[in-house]
Design a protein around this ligand. Structure first.
Ligand code: SF4
Ligand code: SF4
Length: 283
């Protein structure tokens, strides 16, 4: 089962949920915790991880041999990102716009386009314990998009015998869409505030559009703010758990500890989160 843990913005608690949930489930299941928040991966901070493999992810950038180019314009016509332009005297590639899709090289009638690898980032794999494995992607500083790293990483961790938890990037942009592709469930983490509700609505629109079953966890819940309950009811989304604001939880988190380890009640409640998800996915 593949579960994406996401939130409309950073700092809402998705890493807190992903890491604690992964730990609890690994007591009796094979689990993969996969940090796809490639601009700022931080799930690893909560574990003592032995990294045993690291791979580069490259983008293939086109480079035009001006001697062979006839300036026919077929490459610029096919490029969806306006990253290559054929002028009468030269054909130019705008590297920051290029997604490395290879379409221009495929259509070039004179084979004037070479594809040159450029490092986009890295993917790492490791072990936390015998049931819990770990993977993360990291985008190189200055690179504009981590979508390709997320796509590669998701392919590499594919495994039908494990529960795979994706700690998603924040926000509601292309990396989030890539994370959500082919997952079985989207766990929407929000906080009990008007800002939390605002971001939840944005991310829920994507999940709905992609037709992915979802449920909500309200982190740092406040009983005074009822608007998230109202939104969930109107949209028929189940609120799976409400986690109150607690100094103990905040302090464990800021010290890099998993709070379920010391808390039997919450260990059970985290397991129940998974049971609720399983019921929806299997229904
Ligand atoms: S398709 Fe090839 S030949 Fe035509 S403009 Fe582009 S690089 Fe030049
Ligand atoms: S590789 Fe794709 S995105 Fe880059 S210039 Fe060619 S067609 Fe455009």
């Amino acid at each position: 089962m593949k579960i994406a843990v996401l939130s409309g913005k950073g700092g809402t608690g998705k890493t807190f949920i992903s890491t604690n949930l992964a730990w609890v489930l690994s007591e009796n299941k094979k689990v993969k915790l996969v940090d796809v928040d490639v601009e700022e991966p931080n799930s690893r901070l909560f574990f003592n991880i032995k990294i045993n493999r690291e791979e580069k992810v490259n983008l293939l950038l086109p480079s035009v041999d001006q001697e062979k180019c006839t300036h026919c314009g077929k490459c610029s016509d096919i490029c969806e990102f306006s990253a290559i332009s054929a002028f009468p005297t030269a054909t130019m590639v705008f590297k920051n716009l290029c997604h490395g899709c290879g379409a221009c090289a495929m259509v070039c009638p004179t084979r004037a386009i070479l594809e040159i690898p450029k490092e986009l980032g890295r993917i790492r794999f490791g072990e936390i314990n015998s049931n819990l494995s770990f993977a993360e992607g990291e985008l190189k500083i200055g690179e504009p998009s981590g979508v390709k790293i997320i796509r590669e990483l998701k392919k590499m961790v594919e495994d039908k015998s494990s529960v795979i938890l994706f700690d998603s990037p924040p926000g509601a942009t292309c990396p989030v869409v890539e994370t959500l592709r082919n997952v079985d469930f989207a766990l929407l983490v929000t906080e009990g505030t008007p800002f939390g509700l605002h971001d939840l609505k944005i991310v829920y629109e994507i999940v709905k559009e992609m037709n992915i079953p979802s449920g909500i966890i309200i982190n740092r819940n406040s009983d005074e703010f009822k608007e998230i309950d109202k939104f969930a009811e109107e949209n028929k989304i189940r609120i799976i758990e409400k986690i109150p604001f607690s100094r103990d939880i905040a302090s464990e988190y800021s010290n890099g500890n998993l709070f379920v380890i010391k808390n039997e009640e919450w260990k059970k409640r985290f397991y129940d989160i998974f049971t609720s998800i399983e019921k929806v996915v299997k229904s």
